[in-house]
Structure formats: structure tokens, C-alpha cells
Design a protein around this ligand. Sequence first.
Ligand code: CAA
Length: 260
Amino acid sequence: MSYETILVEQKGAVTLITLNRPQALNALNTQVLADMIDAFGKFQADPSQLCAVVTGAGDKAFAAGADIKEMADKSGAEFYSQDFFSGWTNQLVKMVRKPWIAAVNGFALGGGCEVAMMSDFIIASEKAKFGQPEIKLGVAPGMGGSQRLTRAVGKSKAMDMCLTGRMMDAAEAERAGLVSRVVPADQLMEEAMKAAEAIAAMPPLAAMMNKELVDMAFETTLDTGLIMERRMFQVLTATEDKTEGMKAFVEKRPGVWKGR
Ligand code: CAA
């Protein structure tokens, strides 16, 4: 299936999605959201696809934000009545139960930083730059920046980023815990695909439940989270993949997963 604003390729069990508006630094317009929802819906529904990687076309940007040209002439009433940006979280993030990685190759600003933070983890090239510069446009983050960035890096740095609109480089982002790894620019896709392939090689139900559990840590109390963790652990012990995984360990061989 081909899209107007993204490229989608299946590489074995990994779906690679490339934001593809390099002339606009992959700015995120309404069509990008529609294309991403469709592509992620197909990824989620396809049992052969077990992990996804999202990156940006070109060597300059992951995405330089929501499309300012699309927003410039819109009225406040339109933004409100359309609940502008709601689809990113309410449709895309909530629909995707399989793991996905953001491979950030350059600018990840505003909505670009926010989409990266929607992923399960971020692998950044040494050239990546992150920021929430919305304040410079007279607005504030609208796709989760104030909430997800604060949870990722804490209040002080999130305030710094949102109030000054400055960019943080890859090294600072790694120190702050925003990204899981920084790699040389020319190895970004190789490293991201390697990580995705490693995840795709895991028992699929365990991968989904691990993702759900870590996400839950941001949504619930410690007590409830710990109960959920034990229940999910116990649910996983009832799968065929658990029987196979433990047997394979004892027999000193790789497990062969069924996803049930
Ligand atoms: N929306 C629309 N077009 C954009 C864009 C954006 N967010 N960012 C870059 N572009 C376009 C530029 O207009 C330019 O197009 P033209 O050639 O037609 O003029 C092209 O991409 C290349 O950009 P620049 O010439 O500006 O490239 P640069 O290397 O000089 O600067 C940059 C790079 C610092 C990233 C600069 O482009 C920039 O500051 N972009 C805007 C960043 C921003 O403010 N993002 C937040 C948007 S609001 C938001 O995201 C709200 C939210 O929370 C969801």
C-alpha cells in the first residue's frame, strides 16, 4: 500500500515507517496523521509483523513539528471543534499494542519530539536535536510534549525546554533519559533495525505485555502497578511460549515461539 506522506516497508517481521516530506523537514500535517493511523492499524493487525521502526526521510529531520503552514490560518474555533491533534494519542498510540521504536536522525521538534516520545523508546543519531519550541509560536505543545517530556526528563529540564524553546542535543537527551541510546549517524538505521529484529524475535505475547506493564507505570499507583505486574506474569505462565521458553533454556537451545 502506498501513502502520500509516509513510506512503509516490511523487512521480515519489522515494519519500517518513514515520515516522507523531506522538503518540509517531515512536518506533520493532517495527512501524515491519517497515513500513520492507517499504517499502524495494518501493522497492529498483521500477525507476521512484530515490531515497528519510525524514522524521517532525508538526513536533516525526524520531524520538525506539526505543519505550521497548515495551522497558520486556522481559527481557534476550528482547532477546538476538530479536537486538533487528538488522533495522535487517542487513535494511534492507543491502537498500537506491539512495540515500536523511534529512530531519530535529526531535528525532532515540537510534534516531532512528541511523536518520538509516543514510541516505546528512542534511538538517536549523534546529530539528533530535540525540542519543544511551540512557545516561540505563541502556543504550547499540543501532542503530549508537556506531559510525556516531563515524565521522561523531570520537571526542571521539561520546564527549561518548554519555556526557552531551546534544543537539546543527543548527548544531553541521553543523559536526561529521553533516549535509550545514541549511535553514529551512519549506523542509526542498522542499530534501530537490529533492536527491532531482537524484539521481533521475542515471544510476541510477552513483548506486548512487557510494553503494557512499563506504560502502566506512568498511569497508576505503585501498589496497583505491582499487582498488575504479578497478574500479567501469571497470565504469561499459562502460555505455550512460557512452556517452550523454559524448556528451551533447560535444553540450552533457542526457543521457537507460537505467540500463544
Ligand atoms: N511546519 C511546516 N514547514 C516547516 C516546518 C514546520 N514545522 N519546519 C520546517 N519547515 C519547512 C520550512 O518552512 C522550509 O520550507 P521552505 O523551503 O518552503 O521555506 C523547509 O521546511 C526547510 O526549513 P528551514 O529552511 O527553516 O530549515 P533550517 O535548516 O533553516 O531550519 C529548523 C531548521 C530549525 C528545524 C526550522 O525549520 C524550524 O525552526 N522549524 C520549525 C520548528 C517548530 O517550531 N516546530 C514546532 C511546530 S508547532 C508544533 O509542533 C505543535 C505541537 O505541539 C504539535
